[in-house]
Design a protein around this ligand. Structure first.
Ligand code: SF4
Length: 352
């Protein structure tokens, strides 16, 4: 038996039973693959079921508002994925007659669809011989073929991709990708690979050379960038002030507590800073905060050191309409209904 045959035979017996594998459609694969980006299967399962009940077809998703899409994404984090999925659904509905494109170039051009997701959709939904390369495949490949280059560098990725691509079976490309993903997440584990239970150990160069714990190699990733941030927790008469920015930038399109990066020069804001918060800062001028709290929060690429200014106003102030910024006084008792990023849920706990 070839390595591919062994792998597929193992997958037929031991592949994971996942809801999006039961009756796979291009849409269910699109949703599940975007949810699975940087997120474990166990965390995706409950959100996926809820999401698909509310948006069973691509048309349902395209017709929904972005706010509602974000609400049904709650619990998964990385909300930009939900925004892009929603945008992709709208483009597919309006420009592709509601059918997910099976052309690699067109599919890859849609929001939120990178090489991995594109490969997963084309191989699983359209049986095209394309690899869906994720972290699991990189780890398995580095061991199977003894790749000495660090796997977070392009060179290793290219070497592994070429070797796996030569093995994709024309009849079952989607199963081949899924078998490798399952092998990576169930057997070829990062710290302690279960080589005794591995269906392809006799082909694995790292196993044969007793080097399974040396590989894969990695170079240390960059530490998240430290950023000083000012956050405003402004409340009045049972309402809390929320903001949504649509013009771009970090966390755009989500409801948030107003915030801005803080750079101090001679004890005051530099003129270029806090552009998005100018109006709010002018409203709060002369009002001492009730409390000032400090907290930190780590995103994948940023480490926020927050100073949280807690204001309690006698009267809520009037909210202007600005082109790319929306403000809202939100009743405290309805805060659960808002898809607020975790960082701001934590900041709310600073409430005096
Ligand atoms: S033999 Fe061990 S190291 Fe090699 S692929 Fe299987 S689990 Fe991974």
């Amino acid at each position: 038996m070839t390595l591919t045959q062994m792998l597929l035979a193992w997958y037929d017996l031991h592949g994971r039973d996942l809801p999006w594998r039961r009756n796979p459609t291009p849409y269910s694969i699109l949703v599940s693959e975007i949810m699975l980006q940087q997120t474990r299967v166990e965390a995706v399962l409950p959100t996926y079921e809820r999401f698909m009940q509310r948006f069973p077809t691509l048309q349902d998703l395209a017709a929904a508002s972005q706010d509602e899409t974000l609400t049904f994404w709650q619990g998964l984090g990385y909300y930009s994925r939900a925004r892009r999925l929603h945008q992709a659904a709208q483009i597919i509905a309006s420009e592709h007659q509601g059918r997910i494109p099976d052309d690699r170039r067109i599919l890859r051009s849609l929001p939120g669809i990178g090489d991995y997701t594109c490969g997963a959709i084309l191989s699983m939904a359209f049986s095209q011989s394309i690899l869906a390369m994720d972290g699991n495949l990189l780890r398995v490949g580095a061991r199977l073929f003894v790749i000495e280059e660090p796997i977070n560098r392009m060179k290793a990725k290219g070497q592994i991709q070429t070797k796996f691509e030569a093995m994709i079976p024309a009849q079952r490309p989607g199963d081949f990708n899924q078998a490798l993903m399952d092998l990576g997440s169930e057997v070829c584990l990062p710290r302690q690979p279960r080589c005794q239970a591995c269906p392809i150990s006799r082909h694995c160069q790292a196993f044969l050379q007793d080097r399974t714990l040396d590989l894969p190699r990695k170079v240390a990733p960059k530490a998240p960038l430290p950023v000083q941030v000012h956050v405003y927790l402004v409340e009045s008469k049972g309402f809390v002030l929320l903001r949504k920015r649509t013009a771009g930038g970090f966390l755009q399109g989500l409801w948030e507590l107003p915030w801005h990066e803080a750079h101090f020069g001679a004890g005051r804001f530099l003129p270029s800073v806090a552009e998005e918060s100018h109006w709010l800062l002018s409203c709060l001028k002369g009002q001492d905060p009730l409390e000032v709290r400090r907290m930190d929060y780590v995103f994948s690429h940023r480490h926020w050191f927050m100073t949280i200014f807690c204001h309690a106003l006698e009267e809520p102030f009037y909210l202007p309409r600005e082109e790319n910024i929306q403000y809202r006084w939100q009743p405290w008792e309805t805060m659960e209904e808002i898809a607020l990023p975790t960082v701001f849920k934590r900041a709310l706990k600073a409430r005096p």
